[in-house]
Design a protein around this ligand. Structure first.
Ligand code: DX5
Ligand code: ZN
Length: 233
């Protein structure tokens, strides 16, 4: 496991989600956005239970880990799975730098966040649009990242839920230490809204990888968000 590169998470960052990438040429697609200055690569793990689709697991995560770390980047793993505590070790071994679990998916949120840090990763908590933001307060001291879902999890390409901007601001007001991440429906129009509310990690799947030129789309979206590109200043 490589040493955790916290700098890659610093500042406002657009994090391309490989969920919308062409999996037949995944390595090349990741290389393109890394070359454009992406440093946080978002990995969406779905189990067919917590959310209906089944996507990717530790094998695919590990397959891109070296090229991401080699470019100074980090892997931001978003577990949309039940019993996420059972998979923390596998994803840490696969090269995850941050592991985010859903508050709705485990009865053992507090303990699981401790286990993620113990595994050498940043510990993240995600909450669905229907989950009150107060769910985050009890685990503030154990959280490095708070992921406010800005769509219902499960699929790329859904529209941004407008109330999400206020929820991001409410999360920020609970505690200023965890990074606030947003995920779903982020594009050049919605990015400034969530940045204005205090989000600094902006996941973008279809806005980057559904574009015929993902590198150019990443560059445009980063500019719209006022995000850092490339190495931290
Ligand atoms: C949705 C996933 C997202 C997804 C976002 O459940 O967690 O990370 O890739 O896709 P877009 O950016 O297309 O809404
Ligand atoms: Zn995600």
């Amino acid at each position: 496991m490589s040493a955790l590169n916290r700098d890659a998470f610093a500042g406002v960052r657009v994090a391309p989600s490989i969920l919308s990438a062409d999996f037949a040429r995944l390595g090349a697609a990741v290389d393109e956005v890394l070359a454009a200055g992406a440093r946080v690569i978002h990995v969406d793990v779905m189990d067919g239970h917590f959310v209906p689709p089944i996507t990717i697991g530790p094998l695919i995560t590990a397959s891109i880990a070296d090229r991401v770390h080699g470019a100074g980047g980090v892997l931001d793993v978003h577990l949309m799975i039940e019993h996420p505590e059972a998979q923390i070790g596998e994803f840490a071994k696969a090269g995850a730098d941050a592991i985010t679990i859903h508050a709705e998916a485990t009865a053992h949120l507090h303990r699981s966040l401790g286990a993620i840090r113990q595994a050498g990763c940043l510990a993240g908590v995600a909450i669905n649009p229907g989950t009150p933001v107060e769910a985050l307060a009890a685990v503030a001291a154990r959280s490095d990242i708070w992921l406010c879902m800005t769509v219902n999890p499960g699929w790329g390409g859904q529209p941004f839920i407008a109330e999400s901007a206020a929820k991001v601001a409410a999360a920020r007001a609970i505690d200023s230490a965890p990074l606030v991440e947003v995920d779903g429906g982020i594009d050049a129009a919605t990015a400034p809204l969530v940045v204005g509310s205090g989000a600094t990690l902006l996941v973008a799947g279809s806005a980057v990888f559904a574009d015929p030129n993902p590198a150019a789309a990443f560059t445009r979206l980063s500019a719209a968000a006022g995000a850092v590109v490339g190495a931290a200043a």
